[in-house]
Design a binder for this molecule. Structure first.
Ligand code: ADP
Ligand code: MG
Length: 245
């Protein structure tokens, strides 16, 4: 190894061009063998570096979104769940719904794939650099309640309202009292027509009044969620039970 080559490698490392320094020897061979022009080699090397950086960037966005697991839309078995409109759900990946500030609401009994689909769309948003957060409804209500008690509710709502995509999982899994319903309303209202929200729920929208135990707040929340929304009802069997057979 010549000292000039070593100096070049050191420079690339100092500049944190790790992929360029990793692939450089291979490309030098090709340049020296006249298989590749200098420009062509530099183009490939810079492309490798940029691709890697974009991948790292997406990984960071996915990590920040706090998905409980990584689930991809392409791993969803639509044949098992024929009540789901495959074309519609796959089309969410292009994020047109997000540009139009529309909401997605996945309704169905446990195990039918609501959370899987919500995460799948969320990952697609992350891959397109959208600030995304996944949160369980109960945990969200605890956080909003704690902020309210501390007198920092406005700041907390603004923080949740800023995400390009907020996924609230399992609305209605646990009962929601009057104060919590009010907090949830404030958040939904702050995002209404500004940013998209994905909701999953085991309960039909018509029974939400029993979850919130307050018809006025229920209709105020539903009004904003459902105006400009795709409601995806999944009526099939649980995938978890399938796996046990
Ligand atoms: P839900 O949120 O509706 O209760 P989940 O999305 O958590 O259900 O699904 C339960 C498990 O089954 C998850 O591991 C999920 O990835 C898997 N699953 C559900 N439906 C399908 C499907 N149609 N194809 C592939 N995996 C599925
Ligand atoms: Mg779920």
């Amino acid at each position: 190894m010549t000292s000039r080559f070593q100096e070049l490698m050191n420079n690339l490392e100092q500049l944190r061009l790790t992929k360029m320094s990793a692939y450089l020897p291979e490309y030098l061979d090709q340049i020296n063998g006249k298989q590749l022009s200098f420009t062509e080699a530099m183009l490939n090397l810079t492309k490798a570096e940029l691709d890697w950086r974009q991948g790292e960037h997406v990984d960071r966005i996915i990590k920040r979104a706090r998905f409980p697991q990584v689930k991809l839309l392409k791993a969803f078995d639509f044949d098992f769940q024929p009540s789901v409109n495959r074309q519609l759900v796959m089309s969410f990946q292009d994020l047109a719904f997000l540009e139009k500030h529309e909401n997605l609401i996945f309704i169905g009994s446990p195990g039918v794939g609501k959370t899987h689909l919500a995460i799948g769309v969320g990952i697609a948003a992350c891959q397109q650099n959208k600030r995304t957060l996944f949160v369980n409804c109960h945990e969200l209500l605890l956080r909003l309640g704690a902020a309210y008690k501390k007198g920092t509710l406005d700041r907390c709502i603004r923080r949740y309202a800023r995400y390009d995509l907020l996924i609230i999982d399992e609305i209605g899994y646990l009962p929601i009292d009057h104060d919590e319903a009010n907090l949830l309303f404030q958040l939904i209202n702050a995002r209404y027509e500004v940013h998209s929200t994905i909701i999953t729920s085991n309960s039909e929208l018509s029974t939400w009044v029993e979850i919130f135990q307050n018809p006025t707040v229920t209709s105020a929340i539903l009004d904003r969620l459902v105006h400009r929304a795709h409601v995806i009802k999944i009526t099939g069997k649980s995938y978890r039970l399938k796996q046990q057979n």
